[in-house]
Design a binder for this molecule. Structure first.
Ligand SMILES: [Zn+2]
Length: 398
């Protein structure tokens, strides 16, 4: 009575054979599924087609070939990983013409051209570019209220929309703080469950006065607000903090007439003000010493690396190996289109590989683009496992 029972050997065998024929073994130089360390020369074996396809193994290429000899092998290139994160960008500057030159001239470029070109349309264009790369977890610095409102309502996005604060004059601290609190209260009311969170971004340690920095840090701590700051981006920033000299001081003379250098590094200055206790994510962090990096590690802070922006502005080389030595979580950001040719995180990683050479392993770079970025934005890092749908992973384009 074979036809009436559940056991139908011929049909089961045919189904099994068909499934085997639809198995594909995708191999890459780096395979990182979000668990542990990434692996070199890895493979992901998938079965099925289109929406039905599922992951049936994540392994070394050698082991996957032995276990699934029937699977058709396809070499997909550099890496397979969960989707990437752009942990630092300025979407509202996406129509700013690309600039290469000194940091001071770049700030001038943003101020002059940003008046016309920093807007909602630019932010929409920037987000469309990120979506084309399958990037939906972002850290965006926001200066326009309509952009903030819109980002918080885009249901497929995660990450943080950081409201930027600038205010170098200590006499303005009280007024700017009160304005900022009112805005944040309004923005927080627009947050959607599972969507982007509202954060705060004091622009830099020198364009926000010490009392305002302290107030914002206390607010972030008290209200559990994510924070992001541009720190130690250029050599001129170090000179400004050390003894008030250098081209940045000259450039900002009218803007910060009462600047009193602390004699400290920007990181140590933020520490002294209690800002590090608010757990900010620190962006750029090129000009740092080992004490700074140790302090960042002790405070459990994440750092965002923007290698192409640093190259465009002649900022110098981010000491990747120092952060790895001290176990600091590093993510990647593109910064704005003003100092990056596009918003591609894969291109950022390729630039980092070229810039750091043997000092940065491809495994660590891929992990940073995924896990480091999530950590920098306070998001749970993703993973993909056997049985998951194929949509959970991202195949790098190069
Ligand atoms: Zn930036």
């Amino acid at each position: 009575m074979l036809s009436s029972g559940k056991y139908r050997p011929d049909k089961d065998l045919i189904g099994y054979a068909e499934a085997m024929l639809k198995r594909r073994l995708l191999s890459a130089d780096v395979v990182y599924n979000g668990l542990g360390t990434a692996r070199a020369d890895g493979a992901v074996v998938v079965q099925g087609e289109a929406d039905d396809s599922r992951i049936i193994a994540v392994d070394s290429l050698e082991a996957a070939k032995l276990k699934f000899p029937e699977a058709k092998e396809e070499s997909v290139g550099f890496a397979i990983s969960p989707p990437l994160v752009n942990a630092h960008t300025h979407l509202d500057l996406s129509n700013l013409p690309y600039f290469s030159g000194s940091y001071e001239d770049f700030i001038h470029h943003v101020i002059v051209n940003g008046r016309e070109q920093r807007n909602f349309a630019a932010a929409k264009a920037g987000l469309a570019e990120l979506r084309r790369q399958n990037i939906k977890v972002i850290g965006d610095i926001v200066t326009q209220e309509d952009v903030m409102t819109w980002l918080l309502q885009e249901a497929d996005l995660k990450g943080v929309a950081y409201w930027e604060v600038i205010g170098p004059d200590p006499a303005d601290a009280e007024r700017i703080f009160a304005q900022t609190v009112a805005k944040l209260r309004k923005f927080r009311g627009l947050e959607q469950p599972g969507g982007m969170r509202v954060g705060i971004s004091p622009h830099t340690p020198h364009t926000v006065s010490a009392p305002l920095l302290q107030k914002l840090a206390a607010l972030a701590r008290h209200s559990n607000l994510p924070m992001q700051i541009h720190v130690a981006e250029s050599a001129s920033e170090i000179a400004l903090h050390k003894d008030g000299s250098g081209p940045l001081r000259e450039f900002l003379q009218d803007f910060i007439p009462n600047w009193q250098p602390s004699g400290l590094s920007p990181v140590q200055y933020l520490k002294k003000l209690g800002v590090l206790e608010a757990q900010p994510t620190l962006v750029h962090m090129v000009h740092v010493n080992e004490d700074d990096v140790r302090g960042v590690q002790r405070a459990s802070l994440a750092v965002v690396h923007c290698p192409r922006s640093n190259e465009s502005l002649g900022s110098g080389r981010f000491p990747w190996e120092l952060y790895m030595k001290h176990g600091v979580e590093v993510g990647f950001g593109t910064d704005s289109r003003g100092s990056s040719p596009d918003l591609s995180v894969e291109a950022e990683v390729a630039a980092a590989a070229r810039l750091h050479g043997k000092k940065a392993s491809p495994l660590a770079l891929v992990r940073a683009a995924v896990k480091g970025g999530h950590r920098a934005l306070g998001q749970k890092p993703p993973k993909f496992l056997r049985g998951d749908q194929v949509v959970k992973f991202h195949i790098w384009s190069a």
